[in-house]
Structure formats: structure tokens, C-alpha cells
Design a protein around this ligand. Structure first.
Ligand code: FAD
Length: 345
């Protein structure tokens, strides 16, 4: 039985790896020109900077096991020193707030080591990049995926390892029941409406001043800032979640200027002149976000597998992806949990 896995993020890659290990017939197709999905790491000099997820936590057994299996190493989120709060009037208060991510872990080499290592180990004939599935058609014999470049891939069953809202944009023939489509569109994609800014410096100017790099701001544009430096050495970095909603972020140039000004205001004039400023706006990335994600979520929803999304197409159409994970939905741990659950079907 051939399985077509649509989506080469952590969930799709983990599922493909498990099928590979068990000697199954499968093919993994990914729309982007890289694997990893929301896991994305920029590199500058010897530094690595996570522009999607950066953290994982104690009590997440699947990530811990995967890191051990791939012989990768974790390190503690930097949180030594003074925290800051920028109030509504722009006044900066040192020694207020708390290091909200203290105790979180990061991955040496960047979180994309996870997805890079998994993808590397899959045989070339089992994985395809630049393969955006636009249509899925089911007949009695097979399910055929039509790619955007009009190539086709056929399989006996399909696993949608992508955010359900993004999957809902695929043209399903025959149509899926309306309660299934409704359920898919109703599941908010975790962090899809967010943007991350990351500034790279040759010196850790905030650490030199006794600051941890943690700041909370009530005026923005960044509402939460943390140290994002590599485990050892530089280049050093600060990153922030942009709090301005997507409609106010359309002019990236203006946003960048405002971010630089805020960094200078918080951490001193030198901080407004980083070597490099990365900005990744996930809300404008169609492989992650839909129009429905224009209102970013600020609280973690309850995820899991809605009943309406089970048993579709005679039990040949399944969902993976973190948003359907019952226990760790939204997190990278959930991406692994959801892949694991498909293996139980
Ligand atoms: C800014 C940000 C910060 C985050 N921080 C954290 C964190 O610190 N810790 C944490 O645990 N989690 C965090 N997350 C969430 C984490 O990124 C996700 O839980 C995880 O990466 C989801 O993996 P996935 O494989 O389920 O989905 P995805 O990574 O979204 O993978 C889906 C894949 O499907 C592909 N695809 C889409 N449409 C098609 C199509 N039609 N045809 C073929 N392929 C398609 C996409 O290109 C993508 O590669 C964060 C996310 C963001 C955006």
C-alpha cells in the first residue's frame, strides 16, 4: 500500500521516517523549496537563528527522543541578568518583569537540524520539493494528487501533514463532507499570524550591560524580546515577536525602521545598528497562513482531532500536523505526536 504524505514539515518528515524504517511504500511531497515548514533557521557567520520555533521544554518525550536519536544537543535559553518592561508611554523600567522563557531549551546548530537530519536520511526517490498539491482526486482504485506544475502522484492513501486550514484550500474531488471542511477551516494554525524579528550583533551588548535580553513592551512594535544567540560564541542576537497585527505590517521597510528604533530605545543606541536584521512574517506566507490567520492568536487553543475529520474517503484520507495532536497540539512535540497517531490507524 502506497502512502502519499503531503507536507514536509516536522510531522510529515517524522511520519516518512517511520514508514521508511518499517519498509513501507510512501512518497513525501513538499510545496516549498526546502523541508522544515514552520521550522526555519537563518545562518550568519557561525551563528544560527531560529525564525520559527526556537524552544522545547521538559516533559516533551518525543522531541527528547528524536534529539537523542539524531545525536543533537540542547542548551538552556539565556536568561541571566536584568529584565525590562517598556510601558505604554515608552518608559523603560529595568528590573521589572521576569525571564518568561527561563527553563526553556534550544537546539545547538538551530532547530532546523531536526528536519534537515530527518530529510537527509530519506532516499531521494521518496521525497520531492517544489511539489505543491493543488488537487486530490479519489477513484475506486487510487487517490491522485495533481501538483501545481501539473505533474501527478498516485497512492492508495493520503496523509495531510499540514495545517488543516491550509489543507482546506486543496481541491478535493469528490468534495469532502461540509462538516469536515468546516472543521478544517475552524482550526487556527498555531503562530501563523505572527512575525519574528531578529537582530544580529558582533558583541552581546545587552549581556555586557548586565541585561538578560528579556523585555516586554506595551507599545511595540516588538512585544516580547529574548536573547537568541548561539550556544557558544557569536554572532550574538536578540529576537522579538512583533505585536502589530498583520494589517499593520504590510510595509516591511517601515516595520524594520521601527524595530531598529525600539532596539535602540531598549538596549542603547548601539543596538539600533545590528549587523543584520532578519524579519520573517509568517502571516504573509501562503504555505503556513490563510486569510483567517490575519488575527494572530495570543492564547493557545485546544487542539485535537475533530470527529468530522476522521474516516474520510473510506478511511483513506488522514491528517497529521501539530494542529490535530490531542496532547501537545501547536508545539513541535505535537507535530511528532500527530505523526505517531497516524501510525496507529
Ligand atoms: C513564529 C513561530 C514560533 C513558534 N515557536 C514555537 C516554539 O518555540 N516551540 C514549539 O514547540 N512550537 C513553536 N511553533 C510551532 C511549530 O512551528 C509547529 O508546531 C511545527 O513546526 C508544526 O510542524 P508541522 O509539520 O505540523 O507543520 P508545518 O511545519 O506547517 O508543515 C507543513 C508543511 O506542509 C507544506 N505544505 C503546505 N501546503 C502544501 C501543499 N498544498 N502541498 C504540499 N505541501 C504543502 C508546507 O510548506 C510545510 O512545509 C512556532 C511557530 C511559529 C510560526
Amino acid at each position: 500500500m502506497r502512502t502519499l504524505i503531503i507536507g514536509g514539515g516536522l510531522s510529515g518528515l517524522a511520519l516518512a521516517s517511520a514508514l521508511e524504517a518499517d519498509g513501507h511504500d510512501y512518497i513525501l511531497v513538499e510545496a516549498r523549496d526546502r523541508f522544515g515548514g514552520r521550522i526555519m533557521t537563518e545562518r550568519y557567520g557561525s551563528g544560527y537563528y531560529d525564525m520559527g520555533p526556537a524552544w522545547f521544554w521538559p516533559g516533551q518525550p518525543r522531541i527528547a527522543a528524536l534529539i537523542a536519536k539524531l545525536e543533537l544537543e540542547k542548551f538552556d535559553q539565556y536568561s541571566k541578568g536584568i529584565q525590562m518592561v517598556e510601558d505604554e508611554r515608552g518608559h523603560v523600567h529595568r528590573g521589572r518583569g521576569f525571564a518568561s522563557m527561563e527553563g526553556s531549551w534550544r537546539l545547538k546548530g538551530g532547530l532546523d537540524q531536526l528536519t534537515h537530519c530527518l530529510a537527509e536520511r530519506l532516499p531521494a526517490m521518496r521525497k520531492r520539493l517544489n511539489a505543491h498539491v493543488a488537487k486530490l482526486a479519489k477513484t475506486d482504485d487510487a487517490i491522485t494528487a495533481k501538483l501545481i506544475d501539473s505533474d501527478t502522484v498516485s497512492a492508495d492513501r493520503v496523509v495531510l501533514a499540514l495545517p488543516p486550514r491550509v489543507a482546506a484550500r486543496i481541491d478535493f474531488v469528490p468534495s469532502l463532507p461540509s462538516d469536515a471542511m468546516h472543521a478544517m477551516q475552524g482550526i487556527a494554525t498555531w503562530m501563523a499570524g505572527h512575525a519574528k524579528a531578529l537582530a544580529v550583533y558582533d558583541r552581546p551588548i545587552w549581556r555586557e550591560a548586565g541585561l538578560s535580553g528579556d523585555a516586554v513592551s506595551h507599545i511595540g512594535p516588538m512585544v516580547e524580546v529574548h536573547d537568541a544567540s548561539p550556544a557558544e560564541g557569536g554572532p550574538f542576537a536578540l529576537f522579538g515577536f512583533v505585536g502589530v497585527p498583520p494589517e499593520g505590517r504590510a510595509d516591511a521597510q517601515v516595520l524594520r525602521q521601527n524595530i531598529l528604533a525600539q532596539l535602540g530605545h531598549l538596549f542603547g543606541p548601539e543596538a539600533s545598528e545590528p549587523q543584520k536584521l532578519y524579519l520573517k512574517d509568517w502571516a504573509f506566507d501562503p504555505h503556513t497562513a490563510t486569510d483567517a490567520d490575519a488575527k494572530p492568536l495570543y492564547a493557545h487553543p485546544t487542539y485535537g482531532m475533530p470527529r468530522a475529520m476522521t474516516g474520510l474517503w473510506d478511511g483513506k484520507l488522514h491528517f497529521a500536523g501539530t494542529e490535530v495532536a490531542p496532547q501537545f497540539g501547536g508545539y513541535i512535540e505535537g507535530a511528532l505526536e500527530a505523526a505517531e497517531n497516524v501510525l496507529k490507524i
